[in-house]
Ligand binder design. Structure first.
Ligand code: NAD
Length: 365
């Protein structure tokens, strides 16, 4: 499969969502968000999600054209209900509220519940950083029990991502953004679809033994069956032993329980992302002008000056790998595994956008 230029890939994915029932603006917003995840190297949260989103639309699990409802509000906080709209539509609306309130009140907290999949959480920290704000995000995925807690073998947590964004006045923001599982579920999806293999010990099988086979999560589905985590009996392992497992728990309690979204389980629950976001205006904390910016810059340089360990060529800080990957993929195109491309074509076909038109739009005819 040749690499596809980012703008062409965006056009194809937007066309799929347009045919599936989103208006032009939403189609482009979702496509742009997914392609940006691919550009930044997070293929797990990129266009590979297209088919799943289209299936969710068809089953009514996510709704096109759905806006937010503000359930409660004060000058410093908002409780936002995403009403099962696309995450790419309702998350930026919730972030906008947080930005506006933090600019007025110096700090703000916004909760978001019942959001469709919000994708790469770093996108929302970048939105706040572009306005000069520090932001902290605890996220959960209701109805997506996938991760075994430290010491356990059965699924209890979602992949519950955690994210912090720190802006710099004269450069790109520092964005820490990761799933609290050893790998995000999408990385298991990518491996199951023939993409990059999982690291050893990323999963735990039903016997409680470490595994790297996607079958531990998806079971032995036939070649034409879409990977479905309800078919497997194993789990993804929480990152960082008891510490990562504890952070995952807090993402469930804050991103799930406190937002009103509900934690990952127990029992059957429809998928929805929940997110607790904290926004901080830097100047509100400062006694000296520019202290934060200068101290951060000096400290980051100090961290990066650490002599590389064996097997490393340089010390990177959060956000750097994504920027490097983005520059490279914007220049050379986005690599898409055959099976992922085929799933986009399937999503198009299901929505009335022909394979031939998609192939031509991608420049692959
Ligand atoms: P990951 O393991 O690739 O870690 C990414 C983070 O680590 C980034 O902040 C990156 O800058 C930093 N990083 C990577 N390599 C580094 C290095 N060599 N030195 C220093 N820092 C480095 O990410 P992941 O856990 O696979 O998560 C992927 C994406 O999935 C994230 O964007 C996350 O938000 C998203 N996600 C979303 C959901 C959801 O429900 N919406 C659930 C889970 C994950």
């Amino acid at each position: 499969m040749p690499d596809i230029a980012a703008d062409r890939l965006t056009n194809v994915v937007a066309a799929v969502f347009r045919h599936a029932g989103c208006d032009d603006a939403e189609s482009l917003r979702v496509a742009d968000n997914l392609v940006t995840a691919n550009l930044t190297g997070h293929d797990s949260h990129g266009v590979i999600r297209t088919l799943r989103y289209v299936d969710w639309m068809a089953s009514g699990l996510i709704k096109a054209g759905q806006g937010i409802r503000i359930a409660k509000e004060s000058p410093v906080l908002a409780v936002v209900d995403g009403q099962m709209g696309f995450g790419q539509t309702v998350a930026p609306l919730a972030v906008d509220i947080g930005i506006k309130k933090a600019k007025e009140m110096e700090v703000s907290i916004v909760t978001l519940k019942n959001a469709g999949h919000i994708g790469r959480v770093g996108a929302w920290a970048e939105q706040a950083a572009a306005e000069g704000l520090v932001s902290i995000h605890f996220v959960n995925a209701r109805g997506s029990e996938l991760v075994a807690p430290f010491g356990g073998r059965e699924r209890r947590f979602s992949t519950a991502p955690f994210c912090v964004g720190v802006p710099q006045p004269d450069g790109p923001p520092h964005i820490l953004d990761f799933a609290t599982s050893i790998v995000a579920e999408g990385k298991v999806l990518v491996a199951a679809k023939g993409g990059k293999a999982l690291p050893e010990g990323a999963l735990i099988d039903e016997e409680g033994k470490s595994s790297q086979s996607p079958d531990a999560l998806y079971g032995l589905a036939g070649p034409d069956a879409p990977p479905d985590h309800r078919n497997g009996k194993g789990a993804i392992r929480a990152m960082g032993e008891h510490k990562g497992s504890g952070l995952a728990l807090m993402c469930e309690l804050l991103g799930g329980s406190l937002t009103g979204n509900g934690a990952a389980g127990p029992g059957p629950r429809n998928f929805a992302n929940g997110m607790l976001s904290i926004y901080l205006t830097i100047d509100a904390f400062m006694e000296e002008d520019n202290f934060f910016a200068e101290d951060v810059k000096g400290y980051i340089d100090f961290v990066k000056s650490s002599t590389p360990a064996a097997g490393h060529t340089e010390v990177l800080v959060p956000g750097e790998p994504e920027r490097a990957r983005k520059a490279e993929r914007l220049a050379n195109g986005v690599p898409i595994a055959d099976i992922a491309w085929d799933s986009i074509l399937q999503a198009g076909e299901k929505s009335g956008f022909s394979r031939a038109d998609a192939v031509e739009m991608a420049g692959l005819a």
